[in-house]
Design a protein around this ligand. Structure first.
Ligand SMILES: [Zn+2]
Length: 222
């Protein structure tokens, strides 16, 4: 190890001890993925983010060594949901697919297959968020210009079992959660590769909802 690398390792180790967990979270044990995400979101909420201090070193490391992210994320394109920021993650930590609404497509599915088969992704987080415009538009069901209806068509099955008697706000929250749970299932059911990895215990799929008002991620229990 070079003197510079040794110095960096010493500093990183010290910061790890301060934070109580690893900052370089690319390769995390499967049973710790959710806890690491929760801890990162807690640092984000508390204004104690640490990962971004180290981006330059992580660029160099992942540029040389390649990527080996453990955590994949399927989420919405909404600009209020900057995935790495809200989990206090950095370069090389997360393998992310986004579209408006955060739903599976053939290409999204193939991307996660690649992540699992070639990169070592063992946990996929399907992350919805409050006040999601795409889910809102799906609930409203009004005609949409251009190709936008492709989004609502894809999201509609996720809200098919929604209770009709809920107040408007609760209805949207329930719809967001419904979409997350539906997409968690679709990801696995649409892919022999992901399905097999899931059944063999090599892949976990977890769900969560990000609150755009508070910055908090609430993980869904199964
Ligand atoms: Zn959204």
């Amino acid at each position: 190890m070079s003197l510079r690398a040794f110095g960096f390792a010493v500093v990183l180790s010290a910061v790890n001890q301060l934070c109580g967990l690893s900052i370089g979270v690319a390769e995390v044990p499967p049973d710790q993925a959710r806890a690491i995400l929760e801890a990162g979101n807690r640092r984000f909420l508390d204004g104690k983010v640490v990962a971004h201090t180290w981006q330059r070193e992580k660029v160099v490391k992942t540029g040389v060594d390649g990527q080996s992210p453990s955590i994949g994320v399927l989420t919405c394109a909404d600009s209020r949901v900057p995935v790495e920021m809200i989990f206090d993650m950095g370069v090389g930590d997360m393998f992310v697919c986004r579209n408006a609404g955060g739903f599976d497509t053939a290409e999204v599915n193939a991307t996660f297959e690649y992540g699992v088969a070639a990169l070592g992704v063992h946990t996929i987080l399907v992350l919805g968020h409050t006040k999601c415009g795409a889910v809102m538009a799906t609930l409203e069901g009004k005609p949409l210009p251009g190709n936008i209806s492709r989004l609502t068509d894809a999201l509609r099955p996720g809200i098919a079992k929604l209770r009709e008697d809920l107040p408007q706000d609760a209805k949207l929250d329930a719809a967001v959660e419904g979409v997350v749970r539906f997409q968690m299932r679709v990801l696995i059911e649409s892919s022999d590769l992901l399905g097999a990895a899931f059944r063999e215990g090599k892949l976990r799929v977890i769900g969560g909802v990000y609150d755009v008002d508070t910055g908090r991620v609430a993980f869904l229990d199964k």
